[in-house]
Design a protein around this ligand. Structure first.
Ligand code: SAM
Length: 162
């Protein structure tokens, strides 16, 4: 498969998982967490899907499109390994939905980072909440769910907090 095809499939999987997750949390109260703002595409999509929810964003370095920059009070700027463990003090409530897309060019480093932040992230989420991830997480109390039809298993990951 060409890199272009692979990229397109990843983007479709990401969108379909977020669409599914937004519906899945419709009866679950709570804020939304976006880990890895990047260009701000998935942040913008989440804003569109969940206009009534506050979305808090974690990012090391602000490089998003000007239309997708979160208000300052919703932004945790800095290395996520430092900001995430301290976030509970600033967040008004637990999260119903979290999306983590902390990509780096190195798949191994990306997986290792996801494994390190999984536990502090889970602590910020409400029981029954949904975590959508670009990397596999093996964390106690995170129950893996099937991805929506059309998303190849292993391309993107969805968990329920139990
Ligand atoms: C693939 S991009 C996210 C793309 C985004 N989902 C979008 O739709 O535009 C990954 C982002 O994660 C951020 N990131 C990677 N490691 C990080 C870390 N340790 N702390 C905070 N942010 C990190 C990078 O700066 C980058 O902006």
């Amino acid at each position: 498969m060409s890199r272009l095809d692979s990229f397109i499939r990843r983007m479709v999987a990401q969108r379909d998982c977020l669409n599914w997750a937004a519906k899945a949390v419709s009866d679950i109260p709570g804020i939304v967490l976006e880990l890895g703002l990047g260009n701000g595409r998935t942040y913008d999509h989440l804003r569109e899907l969940l206009p009534q929810r506050d979305i808090y964003v974690f990012e090391r370095e602000l490089r998003a499109h000007s239309m997708s920059v979160p208000p300052e009070r919703f932004l945790f700027l800095g290395d996520i390994e430092q900001t995430l463990p301290l976030a509970a003090d600033r967040l008004p409530e637990k999260a119903a939905l979290a999306h983590t897309d902390l990509g780096t060019s190195n798949a191994g480093a990306c997986q290792a980072l996801a494994s390190r932040i999984g536990l502090p992230l889970k602590h910020l989420m409400i029981r029954g909440g949904i975590l959508v991830s670009n990397a596999r997480l093996e964390i106690p109390d995170l129950m893996p769910l099937d991805t929506p039809p059309g998303v190849k298993p292993g391309r993107y990951f969805i968990y329920r907090v139990s």
